[in-house]
Ligand binder design. Structure first.
Ligand SMILES: C[S@@+](CC[C@H](N)C(=O)[O-])C[C@H]1O[C@@H](n2cnc3c(N)ncnc32)[C@H](O)[C@@H]1O
Length: 439
């Protein structure tokens, strides 16, 4: 068959990356050619236009219509991305938006467990123990709920990237392309970001990041595509330092720097990482031990360590602006410092220079690591296990990269003690996971 041809496809599974799986030419559900499609749900029969038939192992397609719909199908949370829009005109970023919210979470947990089994080599019981929860509500000092997830999973994005094309169109990119799709709503964004997005006409071509920190005021940061329009460093709005808040604690962050995207995410992860630390060190962290916050950003998890008794903390982060902010954010712990380095190099350096006393301190300490989507990778994991910390808390935003790293940890004797997913990206396939490991 050729690209452009139309087929009927029974969708049997969900795969990593927000795509769904069916097979054609299969007998009794076995064999046949795998077809990956977006916008479907397992159990459905859909009409698919083949969009890429070049590979022998699998083809790709686009869903044009649903002939037998799942009971979990809903009108898309983002009308611009629904099936009545041509596939090439559907904006990206809400690839589970056509699925009832609790079923989205079941599918995400299935993808996480499948990755742990296939790439992490974990047994059925350990895999089944992995959980996924919605973002927990945030409570104030006297226990009252001050912020919670919306019932329909919308209105959470405090950070959104839009694009301006050469014709002045403003909007997100289409799914799987770099074509700007003008839209009249951004339902996953906070109300403030949505309002700010209505004011962007007349901007020069390039990327626009809309950022709403804790003060509620939305910053619009132009990320010039060409160096000519790049603002000077001192006037760069991306470098304005804003304040984010987790409970009573404030964090300085560059407006254009990394901060968790969901308005409840930093508090949710602080809570889950805190639980993991308390599991590993039920009586509180050893103040004489050396604790590490790897891929530390502005020190969110260094503070989680400090809040639970750590005194000697090193936060390692490659972005010097983030470590500048981290230094201030963790200044109240006199033994804490932020270092600008790549984690792989920092660990290699540490392993080659550590004294017996350094090693003894790390062996009693906890390491939190929160790598980017590609995961920590074998080299970093092997360097980390060579340092032999008492416990590890791994915060992951990609289940397959996580599972591969877990496999490396397990080969060195570190076993996952708990695996807790949290849905910090409703209506998209993304999932955040916190894993507690120890020997
Ligand atoms: C997922 S973010 C986590 C940041 C922080 N833990 C937080 O939650 O706010 C990953 C961070 O790792 C940093 N990073 C990426 N690659 C790195 C590397 N090889 N070494 C050190 N830091 C890195 C990025 O700049 C980013 O701040």
């Amino acid at each position: 068959m050729n690209t452009g041809e139309t087929i009927e496809l029974t969708v049997t599974d969900v795969a990593h990356g927000g795509v769904f799986v069916g097979r054609i030419g299969a007998e009794d559900g076995r064999g046949g050619r795998v077809i990956f499609v977006p916008d479907a749900i397992p159990g459905e029969t859909v009409t698919v236009r083949l969009s890429d038939t070049r590979k022998s192992s699998f083809w790709r397609g686009e869903v044009l219509a649903v002939s037998d719909a799942s009971p979990h199908r809903r009108p898309h949370v983002w009308a611009a991305a629904d099936l009545d829009v041509a596939p090439e005109d559907r904006p990206g970023g809400a690839d589970f938006g056509h699925i009832e919210l609790s079923h989205q979470r079941e599918l995400k947990l299935h993808v996480l467990r499948d990755a742990l089994s296939r790439f992490g080599g974990m047994g059925a019981d350990a895999v089944a123990a992995a959980t996924l929860q919605p973002a927990p509500s945030v409570r104030g000092a006297d226990g009252e709920v001050v912020a919670s997830e919306s019932a329909d999973g919308t209105g959470w994005r405090t950070r959104v990237s839009l694009h301006v094309d050469e014709n002045g169109n403003v909007g997100p990119f289409a799914a799987r392309s770099h074509r700007v799709i003008p839209v009249d709503a951004l339902p996953l964004a906070t109300a403030g970001v949505q309002r700010a997005a209505q004011t962007l006409q007349g901007r020069a071509p390039g990327r626009l990041d809309l950022v709403q920190p804790a003060d509620g005021r939305v910053r619009v940061i132009a990320r010039a595509d060409d160096a000519k329009r790049r603002p000077t460093a001192s006037k760069d709005p991306a470098r304005e330092v804003v304040r984010e808040r987790v409970g009573a604690r404030e964090f300085l962050v560059d407006a254009g720097g990394f901060w968790q995207v969901h308005r409840l995410a930093a508090a949710a992860l602080d809570g889950l990482v805190g639980d993991a630390i308390e599991t590993l060190a039920p009586g509180g962290l050893d103040p004489e031990a050396q604790h590490l916050d790897l891929y530390g950003g502005v020190g969110l998890f260094a503070a989680a360590l400090g809040d639970r008794g750590a005194r000697r903390i090193v936060s390692v982060e490659s972005d010097p602006r983030a470590t500048d902010n981290a230094s201030e954010n963790i200044a109240e712990w006199l033994g804490a410092r932020a270092e600008t380095a790549r984690v792989d190099r920092w660990l290699n350096n540490w392993n080659s220079r550590a004294t017996d006393r350094d090693r003894e301190r790390v062996a009693r300490g906890i390491v939190v690591l929160d790598p980017p989507r590609s995961g920590a990778g074998r080299e970093v994991v092997e360097s980390l296990v060579a340092a032999a910390p008492a416990g590890i808390v791994y915060v992951a935003c990609d289940p397959v990269a996580l599972a591969r790293d877990i496999s490396t940890f397990r080969a060195a004797g570190y076993e996952p003690r708990s695996i807790r997913g949290v849905d910090l990206f409703p209506h998209s396939h993304h999932i955040e996971t916190v894993v507690t490991l120890s020997r």
